[in-house]
Design a protein around this ligand. Structure first.
Ligand code: PGA
Length: 256
């Protein structure tokens, strides 16, 4: 049994400590009795420390949206994974398509970040997904295979079990155009098949694969019901406590 995980990626939308607190204050009581779903909120760096302090003792976890792979040094503007550990940050999103596309992060760089996060015990949520042109030209599986091979290069079976994968078709992110449950499930099943080949079935069956891309309260249940979809990485709908909670409820319902 894979425990579903719902992640809220606030991107650069809600980063003042007071704004974060306002949302978390509403979310915490809503999810307090939900034990069969992991709930992770990922605010910008400016609200991380205050959010981590604020959720202590609750079942809401906090993640960062990015990190660098070096411990320290002359890397102006970057955040060390050790700093995230020092503030007791639990999760980190790596390889989000906005990092890949806008900030030109390569599979190789993401692989370095991934290894670093694992080595210090930060739980990585690693995003992969194809562009619209790649889907339209029938290259989705090829792209996913390359991302799995390169992003997870030299990752052991034991390490793989600590990773959450987020399949996020880029054409569905922030566009209101979600993948249909069938389209998403097809790729999730494909990812699990690749993991079975690379590791073995037992490992592949234990790895959680989230879907991301315009998940909303009105489509969450249909997506989360699919056999290989183990949660969601939610952007826009994670900014409000009520809508994130409705998605958490859908995960709770479909995991029973
Ligand atoms: P969206 O973002 O839900 O706003 O489409 C998802 C994501 O980028 O993780």
């Amino acid at each position: 049994m894979r425990k579903p995980i719902i992640g809220g990626n606030w991107k650069m939308n809600r980063g003042a400590p007071a704004e974060a607190k306002e949302m978390l204050e509403k979310l915490i009581p809503l999810v307090k009795n939900i034990e069969n779903v992991d709930v992770v909120v990922c605010p910008p760096f400016t609200a991380l420390t205050s959010s981590i302090d604020f959720v202590k003792g609750t079942n809401v976890k906090i993640g960062a949206q990015n990190m660098y792979f070096e411990d320290k040094g002359a890397f102006t503007g970057e955040i060390s994974p050790l700093f995230l550990k020092a503030i007791e940050c639990e999760y980190v999103i790596l390889g989000h398509s906005e990092r890949r596309n806008i900030f030109k992060e390569s599979d190789e760089l993401i692989n370095k970040k991934l290894k670093k996060s694992l080595s210090i015990g930060l739980k990585p949520i690693v995003a992969i997904g194809e562009h619209l042109e790649e889907r339209e030209s029938g290259k989705t599986k090829e792209v996913i295979q390359r991302q799995i091979d390169e992003t997870f290069k030299d990752i052991s079976k034991e390490e793989m079990l600590k990773i959450v994968i987020a399949y996020e078709p880029i054409w569905a992110i922030g566009t209101g155009k979600t993948a249909t449950p069938e389209q998403a499930e097809e790729i999730h099943a494909f990812i699990r098949e690749l993991l079975t080949q690379k590791y073995e079935k037992e490992t592949a069956d234990s790895i959680r694969i989230q879907y991301g891309g315009s998940i909303k309260p009105n489509n969450a249940e249909e997506l989360l019901k699919q056999a290989n979809i183990d949660g969601g990485l939610v952007g826009g709908a994670s900014l409000q406590a009520d809508s994130l909670f409705e998605i958490v409820q859908a995960a709770h319902k479909t995991s029973n």
